[in-house]
Ligand binder design. Structure first.
Ligand SMILES: Nc1ncnc2c1ncn2[C@@H]1O[C@H](COP(=O)(O)OP(=O)(O)OP(=O)(O)O)[C@@H](O)[C@H]1O
Ligand SMILES: [Mg+2]
Length: 281
């Protein structure tokens, strides 16, 4: 059991199902996340990404299926799962009145960790917030807040970190800063499961990408594997590799009701990803 916990995947999801009344959101979701990797769960608005994250972080019970996080069963070993994870939701959970450093110290104290001041200073440094550490969070930019939020999720050094849409609402510069923070997590061996609607985010960050669509994982692989699903388009002898956007739209828009996704030429990835599946129909 212990060996299994150390050697097994950081996250194992098998046959997960969840409905809200009549709405069948998850219809048998399966995936594994290897230790120390960044795994992106990609899907349109309402695909069920947050639902998966809430089940994995024990905030919500699945109707059927199994999920293990850090070797622990989310249904029967919820306390152990909670000790193994941190969850960063879409909206920063930091206290505006306090400084960045005070937020970190407070959290380390709440978790009964030794030497909260040192933990705070280390994290401020890792996330390039040392200079801003003494300032009230209310004076931080969006990117700084998000970095602080990610730093907060590392207090206590959990082996598995869930980031639900870590860059939604950030400007391009702030997104790049947040991406750097996420890469930094994985570089230290933390397993990261992030959800995103931004295809370029998955392309930039993830070792593996899974697309959640109509309640199931319809593909799961590395970016290179996903790109191989589509043949490269040949234009005047120059090979154009498909982008992740092409792959996503072919798969998600696929099952092709009267070729409806022919419209997507010309829109940027954000425009595409912000569009709901309803709107695409
Ligand atoms: N508590 C709830 N009660 C009823 N329906 C819900 C509840 N939570 C989520 N849903 C519905 O379940 C579906 C999946 O929601 P979920 O939040 O998991 O999607 P998501 O992929 O995270 O979407 P987004 O990209 O917009 O964050 C949506 O249709 C949503 O309206
Ligand atoms: Mg969500």
């Amino acid at each position: 059991m212990t060996a299994d916990r150390i050697q097994g995947p950081a996250i194992r999801v098998q046959g997960l199902e969840k409905s809200y009344k009549q709405l069948r959101v998850l219809r048998g979701v399966d995936f594994d996340v290897a230790r120390g990797g960044i795994f992106a769960l990609l899907g349109s608005n309402g695909a069920g990404k947050t639902t998966v994250v809430r089940i994995l972080s024990t905030l919500l019970k699945a109707d059927a299926g199994k999920a293990r996080v850090n070797g622990f069963d989310v249904a029967t070993q919820a306390a152990d799962v909670r000790e193994s994870i941190s969850l960063t939701g879409q909206f920063a959970a930091v206290d505006e009145i306090l400084s960045g450093r005070e937020n970190l110290v407070l959290l380390a104290r709440l978790r009964h960790l030794k030497d909260p001041g040192r933990i705070a200073d280390d994290l401020l440094e890792r996330f390039s917030l040392t200079d801003a550490g003494a300032r009230k969070v209310s004076t931080y930019s969006g990117g700084m807040r998000r970095r602080l939020d990610i730093a907060m999720s590392l207090v206590g050094d959990p082996p598995v970190v869930f980031l639900d849409e870590p860059t939604t609402g950030l400007d391009p510069q702030a997104r790049i800063e947040a991406w750097r923070a996420v890469k930094e997590l994985a570089a230290r061996g933390t397993t990261v499961l992030l959800t995103t609607q931004y295809l370029d985010e998955a392309e930039q960050l993830a070792d593996r990408i899974a697309i959640l669509h109509e309640g199931r994982i319809i593909v799961n692989g590395t970016l290179a594997e996903l790109k191989r699903l589509l043949p490269p388009a040949k234009v005047e002898y120059v090979e154009k590799q498909p982008t992740l956007e092409d792959v996503f739209l072919t798969l998600v828009g696929g099952g092709g009701k009267n070729g409806e996704h022919g419209e997507h030429g010309g829109s940027g990835p954000d425009a595409i990803s912000a569009r709901t599946s309803e709107e695409r129909r």
